[in-house]
Design a protein around this ligand. Structure first.
Ligand SMILES: NC(=O)c1ccc[n+]([C@@H]2O[C@H](COP(=O)([O-])OP(=O)(O)OC[C@H]3O[C@@H](n4cnc5c(N)ncnc54)[C@H](O)[C@@H]3O)[C@@H](O)[C@H]2O)c1
Length: 356
């Protein structure tokens, strides 16, 4: 069978991860790559079969009409690339988290994808780690009894980490919809970052199935002492009537269940390990409409609405009902409302990441 043709835009860290995995998979052929940085583009091409190169994503997509349009740009660039992917007739658009920076933009992305019927996938690929899969397996087996709480913490700031925390906990909770959310935030330093975020945010989610979600992300989040690498100090888990199970992004998993006692295992997040199955499941979905990708846009959008709801709660106070019915610019709202004053940090080593 002819491989699916792929165009990839943005040949930075994540673009190269994607390009390498597409190139290694016989179901795909990297037909074109794009970056505004010519040196990056030229360095990338020979590593992935010398595809066509361009600094103009729209022109490249129009010319090559790929089956799959992938973009891995920083979070300030989303809607324009979705439109390019839709307009060139791609069957699937693959892009990086976060879905968007504001619900105004996220809603337009959703409408563009819904209208065109284009499949889309968002890169919450940590879930392919053996330690993540083990925790999901334990939760899904019923060994925790009635699950009542899911939780996620990360020392990195929200635009980097929060959508990961929310997505994997929603996975543990079988993507039950959220009914309302509420949050509080502190610290303005990262409001000037391209991954625009409050330095610290803590939020609760009431899921319709009664499960409570608890999220703690950024400078004030608790340490994960089991994990030395700062960016991987994430603890994500589920508690039930008969036990708990949790994964630490950089440091394995553990669980206590009524019948199994205390269990623990290895595992650490690894792009080389996580990307191949993430990419393969795009081919599976293109081959068969029923094999919906686990990182499909619908799943990611659910987490995106939760994150946007958190920001609205920070700005306006109170509980925010979901789903959102209209778009807003939550970044402007945060910039207006997050109080001045330096964020209080949990870890001394976080000071280098939160100088503002
Ligand atoms: N899923 C994960 O585990 C994970 C990990 C790290 C980063 N990310 C996300 O991936 C995204 C990209 O991050 P990164 O670290 O790869 O960034 P990066 O800065 O390394 O790469 C971005 C690239 O996009 C290029 N670019 C910018 N504007 C462009 C345009 N108009 N046309 C073509 N190319 C353009 C830049 O020149 C750069 O090479 C971010 O949204 C980030 O949050 C996800």
């Amino acid at each position: 069978m002819t491989p699916y043709s792929v165009v990839i835009v943005g040949m930075g860290k994540r673009g190269m991860h994607h390009a390498t995995a597409f190139h290694a998979n016989p179901k795909f052929k990297v037909a074109g790559i794009c970056d505004i940085d010519k040196a990056r583009l030229e360095a990338a091409a020979p590593k992935i079969g010398n595809p066509k190169v361009s600094t103009d994503a729209a022109a490249l997509a129009r010319e090559l009409k790929p089956d799959l349009f992938c973009f891995c740009t920083l979070p300030n660039l989303r809607l324009d690339f979705i439109k390019i992917g839709v307009d060139c007739g791609a069957k699937l658009i693959a892009f990086e988290k976060p879905v968007a920076m504001t619900s105004h933009e996220g809603l337009q992305i959703k409408q563009a994808l819904d209208k065109s019927g284009t499949k889309a996938v968002v890169s919450h690929q940590h879930r392919y780690g053996e330690h993540y899969k083990k925790v999901k397996e334990i939760v899904a087996s019923g060994a925790l009894g009635r699950v009542h709480t899911v939780y996620g913490t990360a020392t990195g700031w929200a635009a980097h980490m929060l959508s990961h925390l929310i997505d994997y906990t929603c996975w543990f909770n079988d993507y039950a919809p959220a009914e309302w959310v509420m949050a509080q935030a502190a610290g303005r330093g990262k409001l000037a970052d391209l991954h625009t975020s409050p330095d610290y945010i803590a939020g609760v989610v009431h899921y319709k199935n009664g499960v409570r979600g608890l999220y703690d992300c950024g400078a004030g989040a608790p340490d994960v002492p089991e994990v030395p690498y700062w960016w991987r100090k994430c603890r994500i888990g589920a508690q039930g009537s008969e036990g708990f199970a949790e994964v630490m992004t950089g440091g394995g998993w553990r669980a206590i269940t009524k019948s199994g006692g205390f269990q623990t295992g290895e595992g650490g997040m690894n792009y080389d390990y996580d990307m191949p199955p993430y990419i393969q499941q795009m081919a599976d979905w293109l081959d068969n409409d029923k094999k919906v990708h686990p990182c499909c846009f619908a799943n990611a959008y659910q987490g995106f609405e939760i994150m946007s709801g958190f920001y609205r709660s920070v700005a306006d106070g109170g509980q925010v009902p979901l789903p959102l019915t209209s778009g807003a610019d939550e970044i402007v709202m945060l910039k207006q409302k997050v109080a001045p004053g330096k964020v209080l940090m949990t870890l001394a080593e976080s000071a280098k990441e939160y100088p503002g």
